[in-house]
Ligand binder design. Structure first.
Ligand SMILES: [Zn+2]
Length: 99
C-alpha cells in the first residue's frame, strides 16, 4: 500500500508509474497537491531490484545461450524490474537519501 503522507489517499498503480519517471525530482500527490518524496527504504529496495538487469545479462554467459534466447531473457528482466519498482514505491514527506 502506498498512500500520500498528507491526505492518506492511496496511490493507484498508474500514479506510482508516473512517480518512477521522475525518480530524482520531487513528486506531487495527484489528489491534494502536497509534495511527496520517495522513501529511503523504497530507494534501497529499488536499487536491489535493479540488479536483476545486469544479472539477466551475465547469467546466460556460462551456459552459452544463443542471443535469440538471451535477448528475451534480458527484456523480461527489464520488464520485471519496472513492475517490481512500481510495487516498491513508498512515500515520505521529506527528501531522503539512501546512504
Ligand atoms: Zn495527498
Amino acid at each position: 500500500m502506498t498512500s500520500c503522507t498528507k491526505c492518506q489517499t492511496e496511490w493507484s498503480f498508474k500514479n506510482k508509474a508516473v512517480t518512477l519517471k521522475r525518480i530524482t525530482g520531487e513528486l506531487k500527490c495527484p489528489y491534494c497537491g502536497e509534495e511527496q518524496f520517495l522513501s529511503k527504504k523504497a530507494q534501497l529496495q529499488m536499487g536491489v531490484s535493479n540488479m536483476i538487469i545486469p544479472a539477466t545479462m551475465l547469467l546466460p554467459l556460462p551456459f552459452d545461450i544463443p542471443l535469440p534466447i538471451h535477448l528475451p531473457i534480458i527484456l523480461l528482466g527489464i520488464a520485471a524490474v519496472i513492475i517490481l519498482n512500481i510495487g516498491l514505491v513508498k512515500l515520505s514527506d521529506k527528501r531522503e537519501y539512501p546512504v
